[in-house]
Design a protein around this ligand. Structure first.
Ligand code: PBG
Length: 322
């Protein structure tokens, strides 16, 4: 039926019809908040490029975790800033590693807060790359060993889920095998499947002190120009046993989220990354945008595109407004 019989504005006339018609509703259950843990006690290093976020020592991290949990955030993603780094990122696999300490403390004080650990080497290697360097590039198969070791170590401490963000080929299979061999067959893997070599990670590298000391990440992270390849990455991860597939960043890649959604029957996560967050914060500070409305619109668009859950630094501000 065409106009004037059909008038699409009819259902927009009142808040009630608009509520009835709403197709996508963001809830607090959709949100995962990233947190950064560093050594020491009573340490809060504010991350200047990401207002509202800090590197926190374990004691303050627990305090923050409680605040978030009380606000209604049920899940956090943990990143570690270790005291020392080494060539292979093995400090990430130690019983007294920084994330291991954080997991023990958080699980003790807030047992119901769901803990996801980012699995990667870049925060732990002296050179800042996501794996072991051989002949000037990250060696894929050697890196799989440290990733599997890191995953098992964190699962042993009680982490609820692991999220490999390194983009090595075969990591999901290697991690699944190692977890299972150590009895952690119930620990899910959320794979950063379509992770792009993106300029949107700029502020994160200050947050996690993980900038590569030479070169870039283009030999392992994906070219932003590619979409078909993202589907191949997703398929490979599913075949290796991924429980959730992730797209990262989110906003410039909504088409990728949608393509994955229509192609595979898998839970999808999107990472609304540091640069996406910082741009909103900077514009809001200048008074150029309405932060709350913008964030709501952004997160709703990510969900509308097909994401079941969203990792976002906005979680702590938006959760009470949902
Ligand atoms: C580690 C990792 C990065 C991010 C998440 N895990 C950085 C990178 O790959 O360079 C980026 C997160 C963000 O920008 O918010 N590999």
């Amino acid at each position: 039926m065409a106009f004037p019989t059909t008038r699409l504005r009819r259902l927009r006339t009142s808040p009630v019809t608009r509520n009835l018609m709403r197709e996508t509703i963001l809830t607090r259950n959709d949100l995962i908040m990233p947190l950064f843990v560093c050594p020491g006690t009573k340490v809060e290093n504010k991350i200047s490029s990401m207002p509202g976020n800090s590197q926190l020592s374990v004691d303050l991290l627990v305090k923050k975790g409680k605040e978030l949990f009380d606000k209604g955030i049920q899940s956090v993603l943990l990143f570690g800033i270790p005291e020392h780094k080494d060539e292979h990122g093995l400090v990430a696999c130690e019983h007294n590693g920084i994330v291991q300490q954080a997991v023990r403390a958080l699980k003790k004080e807030i047992p119901d807060l769901y803990l996801i650990a980012d699995i990667c080497n870049c925060e732990y290697t002296s050179h800042g790359h996501c794996g072991t360097i051989i002949d000037g590039d990250v060696h894929n198969d050697l890196t799989l060993e440290t990733l599997a070791k890191q995953s098992v170590s964190l699962a042993q401490e009680g982490v609820d889920m692991v999220a490999p963000s390194d983009m090595m080929d075969g990591r999901v299979g290697a991690i699944r095998k190692a977890l299972d061999a150590n009895g952690h067959f119930n620990t899910p893997i959320m794979a950063y499947s379509a992770k792009y070599a993106s300029a949107f990670y700029g502020p994160f590298r200050e947050a996690a002190e993980s900038a590569p000391q030479f070169g870039d990440r283009k030999t392992y992270q994906m070219d932003p120009a590619n979409a078909n390849e993202a589907l191949r990455e997703v398929m490979a991860d599913i075949e290796e046993g991924a429980d959730i597939v992730m797209v990262k960043p989110a906003l410039s890649y909504l088409d990728i989220i949608q393509r994955i959604k229509t192609t595979v029957n898998m839970p999808i996560c999107a990472y609304n990354v540091s640069g996406e967050y910082s741009m909103v914060k900077a514009a809001a500070e200048k008074g150029w945008i309405d932060e709350n409305r913008i964030v709501h619109e952004i997160l709703t668009s990510i969900k509308r595109a097909g994401s079941d859950m969203i990792i976002t630094y906005h979680a702590q501000d938006i959760v009470e407004k949902l």
